[in-house]
Design a protein. Sequence first.
Length: 441
Amino acid sequence: MTTSNYASERETDEGRVFTVTGGDWDTIVSGTDPINDERIVVNMGPQHPSTHGVLRLILELEGETVREARTVVGYLHTGIEKNLEYRNWVQGSTFVTRMDYLAPIFNETAYALAVEKLLGITDDITERATTIRVLTMELNRISSHLVWLATTGMELGAISIMLYGFREREYILDIFETITGLRMNHAYVRPGGVAQDVPDEAIVKIREFLKMMPKKLKEYEDLLSGQPIWTERTKNVAVLDVTGCVALGITGPVLRSAGLAWDLRKTMPYCGYENYEFDVPTHPDGDVWGRYQVRLAEIRESMKLVEQALDRLRPGPVMVADRKIAWPAQLAIGVDGMGNSLEHVAKIMGQSMESLIHHFKLVTEGFRVPPGQVYVAIEAPRGELGVHAVSDGGTRPYRVHYREPSFVNLQALPAMAEGGLIADVIAGGASLDPVMGGCDR
C-alpha cells in the first residue's frame, strides 16, 4: 500500500488522491474558518507579477482588501557571488554584470571601483575612462527607467507605453552594442578602466538620441499624465512616507518620491560627479504617481549628464598605465570575427619573451590584490548599490557581497500593500522596480 509522510490522502472513485501542501501554506491557513472569517489566502506567483524575474507573493485577503502580504524570493538564484570566488578579479566583471541585468554598467562600475580601492589605484584611473563610465552609466539609467515605465504601463493596462518604452530603449542598446560589442551583460567596465575606447560612431548615435528623446518624453506625459485611469491607479496608491523608507532602508527613486533628496552622486560623489551640474528630483506624496514623476525627471537629468560627459571627453588612454594591472584593451578582431587580428598577435609576439609571458600570466592567472576589505556604494537606477569586497592577497576574490537595492526595497511591499486593494499590489510592486536577477544573485 502506498503511503506518504508528506501528504494527506483520501479514496475517490478514481483511486487514492494525495494532497500535497507547503509548510508555509499550512502555517497561514491553519485554524482558519473561511466561511466565518471571510478570509482567503492567495498565492500570487511564483510568476512574473510586474517584476523583472520570478517573485512569489502570499496574500491574505478579506474580500479584495489585503490583510497580510509576504514576499518570497530566491526563485532566480544564480550563485554569482559564490562563483566570483573561483574566478580572477577581472573575470568577476563578466559575472556581476548579469546580476541586475537591466543595469549591467552599474554592477560593473561598483565592482571595478571596489577592486581599484583595494589596489590603491583609485586616483590613477584616467580622466577619459572615468568620463566614459559616467556616460555609459547615465545612458544605462535612462534605459532602465524606460523598462520600468514600459512594464509598469503594461501591468496597469497601458499597452501603448509598453511598446514606446521598449522602442526608445532599443536606441540605447544599439549605442551599447557599438561601444562594447554587446547589447547587455557587457563586462565593459573593468578594474583599471574600461575594456576599449568609445568609437566616433557611438558619439554620433548618442547625440542623435539626445535630440530625439525630449520629444518622446513629452509624448509619454501626454499619453499618461492626464489619463484618468492612469491617475486613478497611481495617485494615493501604495503610499510609503519618508519615515517608512528610512526605517526599511529604502533608497533610490522610491525614497526620493517621498521627499528626501538622497542621491549618492550628490551626497557621496564618485567618478567625478561633483563636477557635473544636475538636480535631484523629489516628490512629496510617496505614492506610485510620485515614483512615476521622479523617474521621468531623472531621465531628463541623466540626459543633461550624458551631454556634459560628451563635452568632457578628451583624448587619452582608457586603462591605467600599470601593465601589471591593465587588462589588454583595444583588441582588434580577426577577419573571421573571432579571436585577435594577426597584427595584434604579431605585436605581442614581436616584443620580448618576458612581455609575452607577462601577457599570458595576466590573462590566465590575473593580478594579485593586496589583502583587505572595502565597501563602495554608487547610485544605481533602483537605489544604493554597494559592493563589499574582501581580498586575501590572491588573484581571486575571497568574498564579494552586493548590497542590492532590489532586495532591500522589496521589504516595502507588505507595508505598501496591507490595507489596500489586491489590484494595488501590482501597482505598488511595479513602482518599486525590483529586478529579481539582482535580488537573488
